[in-house]
Design a protein around this ligand. Structure first.
Ligand code: FAQ
Length: 312
């Protein structure tokens, strides 16, 4: 019977149908989605930390208001994504427990420090830029609740990317020599980690083949990374910065930029928990959870009281 159901499911996927929460799906499809969506949600929530670090030090009221709104959006993205994952039968408590005990991953990029104000602009430009490149195809993910969440998220990410690029343009066009150097230094530190956001090369990506077949991922890690480099280098030229890659060159035949070798040892070290800020990020999330215990207890006590009253 399962074989029949699986065949029917595969046929729907091949026909370009979207799968809804109550539809039958293979266990492995469900597991893959819970893994990817929950890790995506964790990335949004952990991703608030590097930028949150600069809210109190933003240089003007305008920049502070923008940054506050951006970080708040990220909290919202995390919540839509946790909700999308919950439709697959997992609970928020289970997902958070997996994050807090180090079992669930979140994007490697958020384990790097934000050393100067220019990092905030560069995160918008490069990190949100990479996020959009990866997330626009997810708006067509075969699992409909995830696809729907991604539509709204992508609209907001696009504002995030632009605010970052605009703040860098201001620094590069009207800033002091010191401010310009600060932007270049931030680009030097964030360039390679941004390319790593797309995940391992296709040949080393254990989940890609099945996820592509099921329409969970629509474009491969390497293809998205290439699209990102092709889109970003002209933007770097307008900005007046260079990327720290001596091997970068335009290939007129393929009409793509060729880029140098990514340090995969660094990538796996950071994914494995040993990046510059992994411990600090996880400790901040665990502390926030522990500090919020009284709120959860109060909410439960209130709900119980309401229920008893409704019965009486
Ligand atoms: N970091 O077989 P694959 C944002 C893991 S954007 C850490 O290729 P898959 C917005 C991968 O999980 C960032 N781990 O895996 C924002 C797997 O391990 P597992 C979040 C990584 O799933 C901006 C193993 O390596 N975006 O937050 C990374 O097919 C600014 C093998 O890899 C998303 O999550 C990595 N970079 O492809 C917020 C998008 N790459 O799970 C604040 C949705 C790979 O088997 C400020 N996710 N791994 O133990 C995806 O598109 C996919 O999951 C990929 C990975 C492409 C990330």
């Amino acid at each position: 019977e399962d074989k029949q159901r699986t065949d029917a499911f595969e046929a729907r996927i091949d026909a370009g149908d979207f799968i809804e929460a109550k539809d039958w799906m293979p266990d492995h499809y469900r597991k893959t989605l819970v893994r990817q969506i929950s890790q995506h949600a964790h990335s949004e929530i952990v991703g608030m930390l590097p930028e949150g670090n600069w809210i109190t030090r933003a240089p003007t009221l305008k920049r502070k208001a923008i940054l506050l709104a951006k970080v708040q959006d990220e909290g919202g993205h995390g919540l839509y994504l946790y909700s999308a994952a919950e439709t697959l039968g997992t609970s928020r408590d289970q997902m958070l427990d997996a994050l807090h005990t180090g079992k669930a991953k979140y994007s490697s990029i958020f384990n790097y420090p934000t050393l100067t104000w220019a990092d905030i602009g560069v995160i918008g430009w490069l990190v949100d830029g990479a996020a959009i490149m990866n997330q626009v195809p997810l708006c067509r993910c075969s699992y409909a609740p995830y696809a729907r969440a991604m539509i709204r998220i992508c609209r907001e990410e696009s504002f995030h990317q632009r605010q970052g690029y605009e703040s860098l343009l201001v620094m590069m066009q009207t800033g002091t020599a010191e401010q310009k150097a600060m932007v270049q230094d931030a680009v030097n530190r964030w360039w390679w980690p941004s390319l790593m956001m797309f995940g391992p090369e296709d040949k080393d990506s254990p989940n890609s083949e099945q996820s592509m077949r099921w329409g969970i991922k629509r474009i491969s890690n390497d293809d998205l990374r290439q699209k990102f480099v092709d889109a970003t280098i002209p933007q770097a030229e307008v900005l007046g910065v260079t990327v720290p890659d001596p091997d970068l060159k335009w290939n007129a035949e393929t009409e793509h930029y060729q880029f140098g070798r990514i340090d995969w040892a660094e990538f796996w070290r950071v994914v494995g928990g040993d990046g510059p800020c992994n411990r600090e990020r996880l400790a901040a999330r665990v502390k926030a959870w522990d500090d919020g215990a009284w709120v959860r207890e109060a909410a439960l006590a209130h709900a119980k009281k309401q229920a008893t009253r409704a019965q009486a």
